[in-house]
Ligand binder design. Structure first.
Ligand code: RRO
Length: 300
């Protein structure tokens, strides 16, 4: 079954996308992921100024996933532009993940990274003071940020939301009202880990965000709720490790999926997820479109 997909203003060869994260730090690593079968790639989140990030350890592997507090390390949009241009040689869409503390900062980063296939507004990092969740839990601010970037760039604008709120639909509606072309759900869940030999919190920053299999049911619920509330596509992310996880997200309403933590276990995950979705559709005699939001049609 062919998996070509139109989502949020882009055409993808298949609906698997590298989520924003460590592998999006350089043009070379983004190209490598594209070669391994991703339908599109998202960069590490980029801001206006260079940032070292939080002290080490900044990422810890648990049985159920990872807790990280990288702290938005990035070289600034000015320095990252060359990496973006290298990544574009891959031939797959390259989405620039951008962050800021105000709508004007988001605008400046977007202007500093011309030529991205789309812009993913990161309003959802759970442990970045003055950025991320601090701007992304306020629907009015989410709408303002979305609108200003949408009015600045020609490319599609996606908005990545935090699950760390009572009802994610308010944020999705705000982003949609601001002109977003797609919603990406979810960023990491507020978390931490403690070393029981010493009693010290493991992360240098103490607090972090949880990703991986542990957050999958939370993410599926967010996608399900957003699909019902919105007219724009939802892109699912959170604990997707195999094709069955991707199918579950699509049944909840995801038009495509982003994969983050699972890449650290197997960079071939994009190809295996795509092949698994294709085989599943063949077995069921379905087209990809019929899978998206299927659970809603069954429940009604
Ligand atoms: O860099 C990070 O610490 C980070 C980011 Br920007 C984000 O969006 N989500 C996350 O869990 N970590």
């Amino acid at each position: 079954m062919k998996l070509t997909t139109e989502v949020g203003g882009l055409t993808l060869d298949n609906p698997t996308i590298l989520a924003a994260g460590v592998l999006g730090t350089t043009g070379a690593s983004l190209k490598r992921v594209a070669r391994m079968g991703a339908g599109a790639v998202v960069t590490k989140s980029i801001g206006t100024e260079p940032k070292y990030g939080h002290p080490n350890p900044s990422m810890v592997r648990l049985e159920c996933g990872y807790v990280n507090a990288m702290g938005l390390p990035n070289p600034s949009s000015k320095e990252f532009l060359q990496e973006l241009n290298i990544a574009k040689e891959s031939g797959v869409p390259v989405i620039a993940s951008i962050f800021g503390g105000t709508e004007d900062e988001f605008k400046a980063v977007a202007e500093g990274l011309p030529g991205a296939s789309a812009y993913e507004l990161n309003v959802s990092c759970p442990h970045a003071k003055g950025y991320g969740m601090q701007v992304g839990t306020d629907p009015e601010l989410v709408k303002k940020i979305t609108r200003i970037v949408k009015n600045t760039v020609d490319a599609p604008v996606w908005v990545k939301l935090t699950p760390n709120v009572t009802d994610i639909r308010h944020l999705g509606i705000a982003a949609q009202d601001g002109g977003a072309d797609a919603i990406v759900a979810i960023n990491t869940l507020k978390a931490m880990a403690i070393d029981i030999d010493t009693g010290y919190p493991i992360l240098g920053n103490v607090h972090g965000g949880l990703s991986g299999p542990a957050i999958k049911p939370v993410a599926v619920r967010c996608v399900y709720d957003l699909y019902e509330a919105l007219d724009i596509p939802v892109i699912g992310v959170g604990g997707i490790s195999n094709w069955a996880d991707a199918v579950e997200f699509m049944m909840a309403g995801a038009s495509a999926v982003e994969i983050g933590s699972a890449v650290y276990e197997d960079i071939g995950v994009f190809a295996s997820v795509s092949m698994g979705i294709s085989d599943y559709l063949d077995r069921k005699g379905m087209r990809l479109k019929e899978l998206i939001g299927l659970s809603h049609r069954l429940v009604k």
